[in-house]
Design a protein. Structure first.
Length: 84
């Protein structure tokens, strides 16, 4: 699961930095703690489904598009191995 957490963090960070937002700005918009956003981006924490939706809504992207990008980063083969 670590690989998935890291890929999710990388994807969210890419979207956030593409908007030129700080972690603090994202945290404010998503009603989250900045330290928690940092831990998610580092792959050290996994957001709940609700938090993922809040982060994506704040960033103006769909959760499904974020998860598609995560799947591309991790690869389908790895996903199959992880969830066997």
């Amino acid at each position: 699961m670590e690989e998935i957490d890291k890929a999710l963090g990388q994807t969210l960070k890419k979207v956030r930095t593409g908007k030129k937002w700080s972690q603090e700005k994202l945290a404010l918009e998503a009603e989250a703690n900045r330290n928690y956003v940092s831990l998610i981006e580092l792959g050290r924490n996994s957001p709940s489904v609700g938090m993922l939706f809040r982060l994506c809504t704040a960033l103006g992207v769909s959760p499904s598009s974020v998860l598609q990008d995560v799947e591309k980063l991790v690869g389908r083969t790895t996903m199959t191995k992880i969830f066997r």
